[in-house]
Ligand binder design. Structure first.
Ligand SMILES: NC(=O)c1ccc[n+]([C@@H]2O[C@H](COP(=O)([O-])OP(=O)(O)OC[C@H]3O[C@@H](n4cnc5c(N)ncnc54)[C@H](OP(=O)(O)O)[C@@H]3O)[C@@H](O)[C@H]2O)c1
Length: 236
């Protein structure tokens, strides 16, 4: 047992602390209330805080692709995936492209092509869908990647992203996508911020979907404490 409390130790470089192993990796980043809510009134913003936002920005800086479910794109008010000059310079200095690629997972392709995150993206986003979908006008703003016939086949989708050189994958959810990724055994890491808030009953958890057969054990890599938030990093 260890006691965690605010310590005067100097914070290590966050980019170094959150570095992933070389090769393909799939990391999830979520924030939750103490009583397990994944949102307050449909948004995760009230659960967050400056330290969580700082790590959120670092994780975006470190990824090749940012993958989100269509529900999160629709409800979380996503903007175009633009990084500030410092993070862009860091990426270029580390042999990465200037910006990560936004990838949206959608079975129905019921997305607005004028959505800022798509229409104003600095690099052409990708929409991952199934063969039965009809992406229509979305083809003007995004590359369409088809994985699966009636359902989106997530292992196939991830393999197709790897083929495009998008190997370090960050997913910001949402809960249904997290449930499917977990069921498919694709999750290498979970970064979870615990927010010091009781949101009360009603809100869904950070994961949703059908039950899985076997719970997956993860190992704690580090815990950061800031402003009463606990930032936990777990991986396989
Ligand atoms: N606490 C957090 O850190 C956090 C993070 C993200 C989101 N959220 C919250 O989560 C809520 C949204 O939840 P959600 O479960 O609707 O989000 P979601 O998983 O982002 O979106 C669900 C939609 O994404 C597509 N999708 C997801 N998984 C799929 C799969 N395996 N195959 C095919 N399509 C898939 C489908 O889109 P189509 O309907 O277009 O087919 C589905 O309707 C919001 O209230 C948001 O605030 C919280």
């Amino acid at each position: 047992m260890q006691l965690l409390r605010p310590s005067p130790d100097e914070l290590p470089d966050l980019a170094e602390l959150y570095r992933t192993p070389p090769g393909p990796w799939l990391r999830l980043n979520f924030v939750s209330s103490l009583d397990g809510a994944g949102h307050v009134d449909g948004r995760s913003e009230p659960l967050s805080g400056p330290a969580d936002k700082r790590v959120f920005g670092i994780l975006r800086m470190l990824c090749d692709a940012l993958v989100v479910g269509a529900g999160t794109l629709r409800e979380e008010g996503y903007h175009a995936l633009r990084l500030d000059a410092e993070r862009r310079a860091w990426r270029v200095g580390h042999g990465m492209s200037e910006y990560p690629t936004l990838v949206v997972v959608s079975a129905r392709c019921d997305l607005d092509p004028a959505h800022e995150a798509l229409a104003d993206a600095p690099v052409r986003p990708i929409i991952v869908t199934r063969a039965a979908a009809e992406p229509g006008p979305l083809t003007t703003v995004a590359d369409i990647v088809v994985a699966g016939d009636e359902q989106v086949d997530l292992p196939a989708a991830v393999a197709l992203l790897h083929e495009r050189g998008l190997r370090q994958i960050l997913s910001e959810g949402g809960p249904r996508l997290f449930g499917s990724l977990t069921a498919a055994g694709l999750v290498d890491e979970l970064c979870l911020t615990l927010s010091p808030l009781l949101a009360g009953p009603g809100a869904g958890r950070i994961i949703a979907g059908p039950p899985i057969d076997t719970p997956q054990a993860l190992t704690l890599r580090h815990a950061l404490l800031a402003e009463g938030l606990l930032l936990l990093r777990y991986s396989r």
